[in-house]
Design a protein around this ligand. Structure first.
Ligand code: DLL
Length: 434
């Protein structure tokens, strides 16, 4: 079902005309209401009137996470305090979080955007949706919550953690839609099996996954374990939260809610615009947000965009699954390595579970990568020869795919940490003193 036919199926020409009209408005709005933009435009000799076409956006300097941090907590808000009705913050690993505010209109727009993507995945008002994202400052849970309610589905706000109870509720309530990070969905599937349940005990049919990357291979495993069909959903707190883009049931790219988000792909080093279909960093301008409008926000996420219509009937541009963050990319012995490449290799070995950790160290001035991966089958633990063969096959495959030699360590089943939210699988120890 297409939730908003007018916006999701309009011609490219009409969409671009709408985007241009909204871009002109939001640039002026930012200049008039946010000191950072006012000062930055003046310093660079740019007037809001300079925007005459969509490509004129290139004259606007990008906004970065540092800008958010420098104006912590509310310095980039464009509305008086009385108009702010919700505040979220990102789960920053270091320093202060980045803070996001919403007006009533912002919340309504967020629910609309979410409802579109939820419907695109195939969820209807008949569904019972269990939200296993952590409720709190994180935008995932409340974003999906209001979007599902807007669509008319029944929401079970079970939050993350307390996994045995999650599984009990899933069974007893006949949950049909699971909302979680892929990592947590993987864990719930494993735990259900351990507790003696089979797929037939559940009525799951759709998974709305997101907030972190997940290879197609890993997704297939999760789908198989839980007996559902999952779509990928992308967003970030600064831009709103989830709801920026998501896959439809055909899963050929994530449809961007383009009437609210103007997406560009640029070279992360030079910031030069990339052509359609070329990979680069996603830069997003919010076209309608009132409380925290952002011009050319650098997401650091790497992807590409195509604008051909999708067979589902939607005409909105589609972005690829995020291949990684430019700041997550590991440079090992000068070679660029994405954790997702390693995940794809590991998933092809049926003897291995889907849990792994990557450790990067610097020893004798050389970078070393250790891939720690868990066996799925405990009976292998006592078979030295089989283990050695497996280890060297994984190592050879990694060498072909990555172009570097990695140390492969096989560990016993159930020894690698499980995560209830986003997984933290990369530990870069190169900057720490030995
Ligand atoms: O993760 C918002 C969200 C919640 C999206 C629930 C989807 C579902 P943040 O915590 O601010 O916001 O993290 C944003 O997470 O820049 C990406 O690097 C990563 N990310 C989000 N969705 C995906 C995805 C939420 N589908 C950061 N695939 C982003 C890959 C994703 N990475």
């Amino acid at each position: 079902m297409i939730y908003n036919k007018e916006m999701e199926t309009m011609s490219r020409a009409d969409m671009e005309a709408l985007q241009l009209e909204r871009l002109k408005y939001i640039v002026r709005y930012c200049y008039d209401h946010v000191k950072l933009y006012h000062d930055r435009f003046d310093e660079n000799g740019i007037s809001p009137d300079k925007i005459k076409t969509l490509s004129d956006i290139q004259y606007i300097p990008p906004t970065t996470k540092d800008d958010m941090r420098d104006h912590y907590p509310f310095g980039l808000f464009a509305v008086p305090r009385k108009e702010v009705v919700r505040i979220h913050a990102s789960s920053g690993t270091t320093g202060k979080p980045t803070v996001v505010g919403y007006t009533k209109n912002d919340l309504s727009m967020w629910s609309e955007n979410m409802a579109r993507l939820i419907a695109a995945a195939g969820v209807t008002e008949e569904d019972i949706a269990q939200i296993c994202f952590g409720y709190g400052l994180f935008t995932g849970a409340l974003g999906l919550h209001y979007g599902l309610e807007r669509l008319g589905a029944a929401v079970v706000p079970s939050s993350s953690g307390n996994s045995e109870k999650q599984i009990m509720l899933m069974k007893d309530f006949g949950t049909t839609t699971l909302i979680a990070t892929p990592t947590y969905a993987l864990y719930l599937g494993e735990l259900a099996k351990e507790l003696g349940y089979t797929r037939e005990d559940f009525r799951l049919r759709i998974g709305l996954f997101g907030s972190e990357g997940c290879t197609t291979e890993l997704r297939a495993k999760i789908e198989e374990n839980l007996g559902l069909f999952a779509t990928d959903n992308y967003g970030m707190s600064e831009l709103m939260g989830p709801g920026v883009s998501g896959e439809c049931h055909l899963r050929c790219g994530l449809h961007i809610n383009e009437d609210h988000f103007l997406a560009e792909i640029v070279d992360p080093q030079t910031l030069e615009a990339k052509g359609e279909g070329e990979t680069g960093e996603l830069v997003v301008t919010t076209l309608t947000k009132e409380c925290l409008p952002l011009l050319r926000y650098r997401t650091r996420d790497l992807t590409r965009i195509v604008k051909t219509p999708c067979e589902c009937g939607r005409t909105t541009a589609r972005m690829d699954k995020v291949m990684g963050r430019s700041d997550d990319m590991l440079k090992i012995k000068g070679v660029n390595v994405f954790p997702s490449q390693i995940e794809s290799v590991l998933m092809a070995f049926k003897e291995m579970s889907s849990h792994y950790m990557l450790y990067v160290r610097r020893e004798n001035f050389t970078d070393n990568l250790e891939v720690q991966v868990e066996l799925s089958d405990a009976s292998l633990v006592d078979r030295y020869k089989a283990l050695e063969n497996l280890r060297s096959s994984i190592r050879a495959k990694l060498k072909t795919v990555l172009g570097i030699d990695a140390k492969v360590t096989l560990v016993q089943p159930k020894t690698i940490e499980r995560f209830a939210g986003k997984a933290k699988r990369v530990v870069d120890l190169r900057n720490e003193k030995a």
